[in-house]
Design a protein around this ligand. Structure first.
Ligand code: DGY
Length: 314
């Protein structure tokens, strides 16, 4: 286990297996992993653990990598398949929590909440004036969703409460019933960037989505547009984003994920118009406990010779 998890995950595993728990921020890079690897039948990994062929070579008995996340771009799934190692993730249980955070960032970035908080704390609030700290209007503005999977749909449901017309771009078009229920219109990705007032990313990180938000697409966005990213940092070219915030056309951004986590691009740190969250999309206690339970269920199933609930493939 990469590090301690909330809930009773360790106890459940220890009832049937011996468990080695790594240190936070160290995970599979630590001594605990190096020493235990030859005997490991399972690894419970975090998104910060890189699971690749050299690492797998050190664990000849490995049968499952259970990722404590819905995204699994940290895992070389092809290398696992070549060794017949099962890879699992934790979809479903974190949908609403991640959508809550995406919407929090959207609102906070648009209405300059974090900037205002900093301003009040440094004693710079001199009283209301009509033109002070004006933000972007959320209600009734158009939201563009890149990806309309579980989390994209959950964000869309929230946006309906704010009267926001919805556009979405996705490799596979959603079922017409889903489109109708959400009032979401499918458009090409470039058109989405041109028409939306807010763009929120809900796609996995793949070679196709790496730097999906690049200088070209940012330049096509509306003056005053807002970008929200709770997917993966590398979906956005952070240097280009910082320029688009500084020189236009963007007014603001809300980011929960970064290209080179935990490092944040210094040009973003310097901007008041970006709200920065420390990868907390799924960070409410019931959600994290449910993710841990799912990952443990998968390990117990595979080590007992049963199929896991959420297997991922290439
Ligand atoms: C995920 O599930 O992919 C998140 O990024 C980790 O909470």
């Amino acid at each position: 286990m990469s590090c301690p998890l909330p809930g009773n995950a360790i106890e459940r595993l220890e009832r049937e297996h011996s468990v080695v728990v790594g240190r936070e921020h160290v995970g599979v890079r630590g001594d605990a992993f190096a020493q235990g690897a030859p005997a490991f039948g399972a690894i419970l990994s975090l998104v910060t653990d890189r699971i690749d062929a050299p690492l797998l070579a050190r664990a000849p008995q490995l049968r499952i990598v259970a990722n404590f996340a819905v995204g699994y771009d940290n895992i070389d799934v092809a290398a696992c398949s070549a060794r017949r190692i099962v890879v699992t993730n934790t979809p479903g249980v974190l949908t609403e929590a991640t959508a809550d955070l995406a919407f929090s960032l959207l609102l906070a970035a648009a209405r300059r909440v974090a900037e205002g908080d900093r301003l009040v704390r440094r004693g710079a609030f001199a009283g209301l004036t009509p033109s002070f700290l004006l933000g972007s209007r959320v209600h009734g503005s158009t939201l563009g969703l890149v990806g309309l999977g579980r989390i994209g749909q959950a964000v869309a449901r929230r946006a309906r409460g704010f009267g926001m017309p919805l556009l979405y771009a996705a490799r596979t078009r959603a079922n017409p019933n889903v489109e109708r229920a959400l009032g979401a219109m499918h458009v090409p990705v470039d058109e989405l960037f041109e028409r939306a007032d807010f763009v929120s990313l809900h796609c996995p990180l793949t070679p196709e989505t790496r730097h999906l938000v690049n200088a070209g697409r940012l330049a096509r966005m509306k003056p005053g547009a807002v970008l929200v990213n709770t997917a993966r940092g590398a979906c956005v070219d952070e240097a280009a984003l910082a320029l688009a915030l500084r020189d236009g056309p963007l007014a603001a951004a809300g980011l929960d994920v970064f290209e080179d986590e935990p490092r944040v691009h210094p040009d973003l740190l310097a901007l008041d118009s970006v709200v920065l969250a420390p990868h907390i999309g799924s960070a409410d206690l019931p959600t994290r406990a449910a993710m841990a339970a799912l990952a443990v269920d998968s390990i117990l199933a595979v080590l007992a010779g049963r199929p896991p609930l959420h297997r991922v493939t290439e």
